[in-house]
Design a protein around this ligand. Sequence first.
Ligand code: FMN
Length: 312
Amino acid sequence: MIKSIFCEMAGIEYPIIQGAMAWIADSSLAAAVSNAGGLGIIAGANAPVDYIRDEIRKTKQLTDKPFGVNIMLLSDNAEEIAKMVCEEGVKVVTTGAGNPGKYVEMWKSHGIKVIPVVASVALAKRMERSGVDAVIAEGCESGGHVGELTTMTLVPQVVDAVSIPVIAAGGVGDGRGIAAAFMLGAVGVQVGTRFLVADECTVHENYKEKVIKAKDIDSVVTGRPTGHPVRVLRNKLTRQFQILEKEGAEVDKYEELGRGALPKAVKDGDINMGSIMAGQIAGLVCKKQNCKDMIKEMFTQADKTLEKVNSL
Ligand SMILES: Cc1cc2nc3c(=O)[nH]c(=O)nc-3n(C[C@H](O)[C@H](O)[C@H](O)COP(=O)(O)O)c2cc1C
């Protein structure tokens, strides 16, 4: 079974992180992934601090395994959440949307492993200098907010540029993806889209069905003119975003159209006007499973894939 230094670093069995998913990755999913031997992550997103604190406490009741919290640095209460995770004894922090440099010393002094998501070599190097433990190199195949580079091109360049462990994210949906990530020099993977359809994922059933039915070409990137492009599955909402792009609309028009669109899909199951964040690998995701079976299946396939490569 594939093991790596990341397993030791995070105290986990399989080198896999369940990617944070705003409005979705709660105690139910995070605890299930951690109990299955991966690293579960609670998404902080724009949620109130007390809600996240409760989710941390619920996760502790559901598992005695390590888990983490993701902090979106653009959110208004990022600083408050950054302090709260120290009080709650969280073991791992991942970050999205920016540079967490100013919090690293505080987190390290509380024994927290810090693993930022990066979309470029430059940010990976800056993060290494600020003392983080590892980086997650995320390619633009991924669901949610995306950068420009693909996982195939980003991961080996980040691996060459830093000496801390690199986790690959974006487009990993099965054991072949895991094997490929290791071939590129990663020591672990972060998976979001496939976990959307896990039994323990509390996202609306309509959202899960949309992911399961998605074909290879069913995701699009919207919102490029706002400077915050997002990969989502095509629907009525994405068509309206595309009209705004053609018209050269002002940024506030995008904000108006996108306001509240993620919870609309996640909580209400509105798959027409809700934002269905998911990655290009959705086309490969075809069945619901519990986290334990999902992770075991992925790593069994990864082992077989690597054996096959060795015998070529
Ligand atoms: C619905 C959804 C919401 C996401 N929200 C966040 C988030 O709040 N913070 C973050 O750092 N990444 C977020 N991501 C990215 C994931 O954590 C992960 O890196 C990504 O899904 C991996 O690529 P994949 O979708 O191809 O598996 C989100 C992804 C999805 C699909």
